[in-house]
Design a protein around this ligand. Structure first.
Ligand SMILES: [Fe+2]
Length: 240
């Protein structure tokens, strides 16, 4: 299989910040696993709302991770964002710097309760767009309202960007969620991919099966866009 350059835009690699990595050792182990599968850029996205540390502390933690990673993986780029649990107040927190968009851009990785209704999801997207943010909806395969309807296109047209997890694409084809994810991909409706890695065990970065499926079923240009090019545009704050 062709070795791909991958940008992982959704990870919990910052040590001791949320339910992700518990130590620098784990962080380096996670980065090594990801690197060995072709990852060359990683966005650290700790849970904004649950974070035990401030954005300033997150930045200095990222610098520490960068220092260590630089020695082992000199061509690996690291960035800082947050996975933000949407609430009405989150826009104010974004505006005053208490919550972080993706590496200082207008892109914001946003998550919601799994049982959210489509109407609520749509209006949250509109709120963020009116506030001049570009919402990236994290692991959209988790929302029942999207799996049960075919509204992903309408959501994108309203200003949302859609992210799914590698693990959801790579699971068994008997799995309904996996089949749904694959339909979204063949329909070209997904903009970003993430490992959502949390640790070295049950939520480790595992991209192989997803990559294998995508190589067989997706057009080369689209595959390059969702694995790397869209994320590069995002970190430059360009329109994807
Ligand atoms: Fe996450």
């Amino acid at each position: 299989m062709k070795q791909r350059k991958i940008f992982d835009i959704h990870t919990h690699i910052l040590p001791g910040v949320d339910d992700g990595s518990d130590s620098m050792k784990t962080t380096m182990g996670m980065l090594k696993m990801a690197y060995n599968q072709g990852v060359r850029a990683v966005m650290a996205t700790p849970h904004g709302s649950a974070s035990r540390v401030s954005p300033t502390q997150c930045r200095s933690l990222l610098e520490k991770v960068q220092e260590q990673a630089q020695q082992k993986f000199p061509d690996l780029k690291l960035y800082l964002g947050e996975e933000i649990f949407y609430s009405r107040g989150c826009i104010e927190h974004l505006n005053n710097g208490k919550l972080l968009p993706m590496t200082g851009t207008s892109y914001v990785l946003t998550e919601f309760p799994y049982s959210i209704s489509y109407r609520e999801l749509y209006s949250a997207v509109r709120e963020l767009v009116w506030a001049r943010y570009r919402p990236i909806l994290a692991h959209i395969e988790r929302y029942r309202c999207l799996r049960e309807s075919d509204c992903t296109e309408e959501l994108s047209e309203s200003g949302a960007y859609l992210q799914i997890n590698f693990s959801s694409i790579g699971a068994s084809c008997l799995n309904g969620t996996t089949r749904w994810c694959r339909r979204q991909l063949t329909g070209g409706r997904i903009h970003f991919l993430g490992s959502d890695m949390h640790n070295l065990g049950s939520r480790r970065p595992e991209l192989g099966k997803a990559l294998e499926w995508m190589e067989r079923h997706l057009e080369e240009d689209y595959l390059r866009e969702i694995l790397w090019e869209n994320a590069e545009k995002m970190v430059r704050d360009e329109l994807v």
